[in-house]
Design a protein around this ligand. Sequence first.
Ligand SMILES: *Cc1c(COP(=O)(O)O)cnc(C)c1O
Length: 420
Amino acid sequence: MAYVSHLKCSKCNTEYDLSKYPLLCTTPNCNARIDVFYNYSNLQEVLSKKILSKRPLSVWSYFELLPVSNRKNIVSLGEGGTPLLRSERLAKVLGVRELYIKDETRNPTWSFKDRPMTVGVSKAKEQGTDTLASASSGNAAAALAAYCARAGFTCFCFVPDIAPMGKIAQLILYGAKVVRLRGLHKGDDPTVKLLREACATYGWTPCPSFGPFNPYQAEGPKTLAYEIIQQLDWTVPDVAYVQVGAGGLLGGQWRGFTDFLTLDLVKQRPRMLAVQATGCPPLVRAFETNQDPFKITPCESPKSVAEGLCDPFPWDGDLALTAVRESKGTAIAVSDESILKAQDLLAKYEGIFAEPTGVTGLAGLIDQLESGAQDPSETILIEATGGGLKDQDIVIERISAPPVIDPDLAQLQAALDLQK
Ligand SMILES: *Cc1c(COP(=O)(O)O)cnc(C)c1O
């Protein structure tokens, strides 16, 4: 049975054929993202609460809602199925009634980017391609490199020179061919520029985590929403705080929530709160100044500790902006100081070591609570989207080294100021 009904350009509505493996709209001057549509009546026959509840929680448990036709093409490292933790200590500190944390740091390459990349690489395999390329500040490239290693494919990564070496080392170990690009602060994203030109010249398949370059990977983040709904026993939170770089994480989840609403598996969708860093807030500006979703003004010179959110142009900003508007959410920017504080709080009160990029949503929640804009009695969701071990320098910079002593109780007592 066919579950994908058709493919259509998000902007000019031109239709495409899934079997032809289109990557972007080829209408002159359009170049927009192609969206994948599903046949919900066929899906309804095979996806009931009962059936889904029997499957293990994982990305590929939602096979029918993903654009891969044959299961034998799946390239998997066991992604998804991450815990949804009910917060007790952090909730208390923040004064909120019900707070959930989706811990995406537990994915195979330690970020949620494994969800889009398992789909992108599987679809490439189905199509018979074996060379893929990415433009990324780190996590998307790491995920692509890992899945390419698993599949035996060649992977090229263009990363900005600001990306931490911890992330770059990971790519190299997976066998990716990596170059670092200077000039992120000159408007046009140099990694994307080279990705486009190199793929056109060498015939590689682009697979960054941006929908307008590869529509298949863009389907992966939907599975986050599906899992959250199942983990909340077929309900949704009132509000989801989601960090936004290019917008695929937020936009993809919105489509996931919409799928389950359409399939009558839930009755509502959450408000989507888009959170960006003040050093790179193009989506926030677009929301505040009511910009056309297809004409979002790029950020001239992105700079933030949340380096994974430093996309000068939100490639899936149309999707994210529409999600924020339709869900009656909002978009806010938070300072680097708030982001680092959120990183500390999540580690200290919940035992989750996330990178700054991955806690920006939490920083947004804290800001909204402080300003009184967030009702503390709501059911609130945050998502720790990337692990902290990849960028330890940012932590080491602000902690002091522990005291060095001899194995002597008196010295221990003095060093840690212990009372007998
Ligand atoms: C990429 C990334 C994001 C942002 O996702 P977008 O789809 O670019 O908006 C958030 N958190 C982490 C850890 C990421 O790597």
